[in-house]
Design a protein around this ligand. Structure first.
Ligand code: B12
Ligand code: SF4
Length: 471
């Protein structure tokens, strides 16, 4: 049986390099994990297509198609689902967006999978083979706080050369925090840790010295993290990960990061305003400590990608220049900016909906690069223009060079990272002009079943859509 697994892309991180697609980010674990889980049955042949690095083979002779859906990619996912269903091929949808809005996703699929799929995916595949696939599969919460039995991802099935970082590993799932804009605590209510032996097995399976841990919060349980880092030391690998700013406050953890080969961390600073941080339930980030966080991580020769968000209720037009200035002062190696986005299911979504401040329910714009809310202290246009200005200003050569001064042996990686985002800055300006390989989505694309139009997408309690001035 042939199963085609697709990760649709919103054209965010991909670039054409010498005629081939290249993703400037790490490979997702989703498809390689699903293929690994399903590979327990030798009769199933998986083909993996991540649209960040591949084009979807629209004529592939699949028996079953599985599509992973994020909110920002849902329109694309539904159009692809429609395409394969019209060819008579059953489609299964799963992933974050499906778990949050199962009723919406169910309209575009023969079956949906809610939550993690370690138990449900093999069951679905078995049911499908005997012609009894159910319309909904829902993973039960784990018993306790340990995630057991997750197999080593099928790295052999992804186009590794397409990624800047092809090898990703998972150690934990979920997050112990509840930032108001974040989907993670909504979808994964538990903070799970995988057995250290399983993680080390996966790291050993990687045919490279470099890998990354792409869990959202892998160091939150300090005891677990220290045990894991101890176990990584003998493997002599170089790795990167996501973390919170609290990582730098524990000297033992910091020392273990260095000894185990950590070279890169992505940190969510989010804002330079403590009031904003408190308001979004991220008060554990202390603005006053940012300088010390950066000093310690730089001392440990760790490259820091620092993420900031614009559009918080406390933000006014001064926030852009103030943030860029702080980014320069802190010498954030690779800064990144996003727009405050109310993903469905989040605390933020509920609040802004009640306040009538959601401008569009077109999920295609929920990529943190489009303004989808009415900001409190500026107009949507001012927010968008400020965001673009901040990108342009931050990635001017003179600012890149000022930030990178003194980075010693890490300078090449810092400069490469900045060059990618310099290019990305131009992409933000072009976002509206992009067309996906299947063509722009229209009602005609969707055929009889119809892509959701805006009225359908709008939850019944919401206010009418207001025009976005620059659309
Ligand atoms: C690595 C990562 C990335 C990578 C890879 C992208 C990707 N598609 O995974 C990169 C860096 C490119 C990326 C980019 C972005 N990301 Co991201 N990313 C992640 C991260 C940290 C891990 C994903 C992962 O590999 N998980 C491990 C795998 C095994 O788990 P999984 O994907 O959930 O899959 C399991 C189940 O969900 C299910 N499943 C999933 N799909 C399917 C499909 C089928 C058919 C079946 C049966 C089951 C199934 O089975 C799997 C096994 O149990 C998640 C956070 C998280 N914990 O999920 C955020 C996350 C997915 N990202 C998020 C966001 C917002 C973004 C960006 C918009 C950020 C930005 N501004 O750049 C972009 C958008 C990318 C796009 N194309 O639109 C949000 C999504 C929110 C939402 N509602 O959609 C998340 C949840 C983070 C968050 N804090 O909320 N991201
Ligand atoms: S933004 Fe980061 S720290 Fe906050 S809940 Fe999400 S994953 Fe956790």
């Amino acid at each position: 049986m042939k199963v085609l697994l697709i990760m649709p892309d919103a054209n965010m991180h991909k670039f054409w390099v010498f005629g081939r697609l290249k993703s400037a980010r790490e490979a997702p674990l989703t498809l390689t994990t699903l293929a690994a889980i399903g590979s327990q049955d030798p009769d199933i042949e998986f083909r993996l297509v991540d649209e960040s690095v591949d084009c979807v083979p629209l004529d592939y002779p699949a028996d079953l198609v599985g599509i992973s859906v994020l909110t920002g990619t849902s329109r694309r996912a539904y159009a692809l689902a429609d395409h394969f269903q019209r060819r008579g091929i059953p489609v299964v949808l799963g992933g974050v967006h499906v778990s949050i809005l199962p009723d919406e996703a169910a309209r575009y699929a023969d079956a949906i999978v809610i939550g993690m799929a370690e138990q449900t995916w093999p069951r679905l595949l078995r049911d499908f083979q005997v012609g009894k696939m159910a319309p909904v599969y829902r993973e039960e919460p784990a018993d306790g706080d340990v995630a057991c039995g997750i197999p080593t991802p099928r790295y052999d099935l992804q186009r590794n050369s397409g990624y800047v970082m092809p090898y990703t590993v998972m150690a934990t799932r979920g997050c112990a925090h509840t930032c108001d804009f974040c989907t993670v605590p909504v979808v994964w209510k538990q903070y799970l840790r995988r057995p250290i032996a399983d993680v080390i097995r996966d790291v050993k399976a990687i045919p490279s010295r470099r890998f990354c841990i792409n869990d959202v919060s892998p160091f939150d349980d300090a005891d677990y993290a220290k045990e894991l880092l101890h176990a990584l030391i003998p493997l002599k690998k170089k790795w990167g990960a996501l973390a919170t700013t609290r990582i730098a406050s524990d000297p033992e953890l910091l020392d273990l990061l260095v000894r185990s080969g950590c070279r890169y961390l992505l940190l969510g600073f989010e804002s330079i305003s403590q009031r904003s941080l408190n308001r979004i339930y991220k008060g554990f980030n202390t603005k006053e400590d940012y300088g010390e966080v950066m000093r310690r991580l730089h001392q440990a020769h760790i490259v820091v990608q620092g993420c900031f968000v614009f559009g918080f209720d406390e933000d006014d037009k001064d926030i852009f220049a103030a943030t860029v200035e702080e980014v320069q002062r802190l010498k954030i190696d690779i800064p990144r900016y996003s727009l405050y986005t109310p993903y469905p299911g989040t605390i933020l979504f509920q609040r802004l909906q009640q306040e009538g401040r959601i401008l569009t329910y077109d999920w295609g714009s929920y990529d943190t690069m489009h303004v989808v809310i009415q900001p409190k202290r500026m107009t949507p246009v001012e927010l968008y223009e400020g965001f673009r200005w901040a990108y342009r200003e931050t990635f001017r050569w003179k600012n890149i060079l000022r930030r990178s001064a003194g980075r010693g042996t890490r300078l090449p990686i810092v400069l490469i990272g900045n060059m990618v985002y310099r290019k990305f800055t131009r992409r933000i300006d072009m976002l509206k002009g992009f067309e996906l390989p299947l063509g722009p989505l229209t009602d005609a694309d969707a055929g009889d079943r119809g892509l959701m139009d805006e009225a359908e997408q709008r939850p019944p309690t919401s206010r009418a859509k207001r025009p976005v001035p620059w659309a």
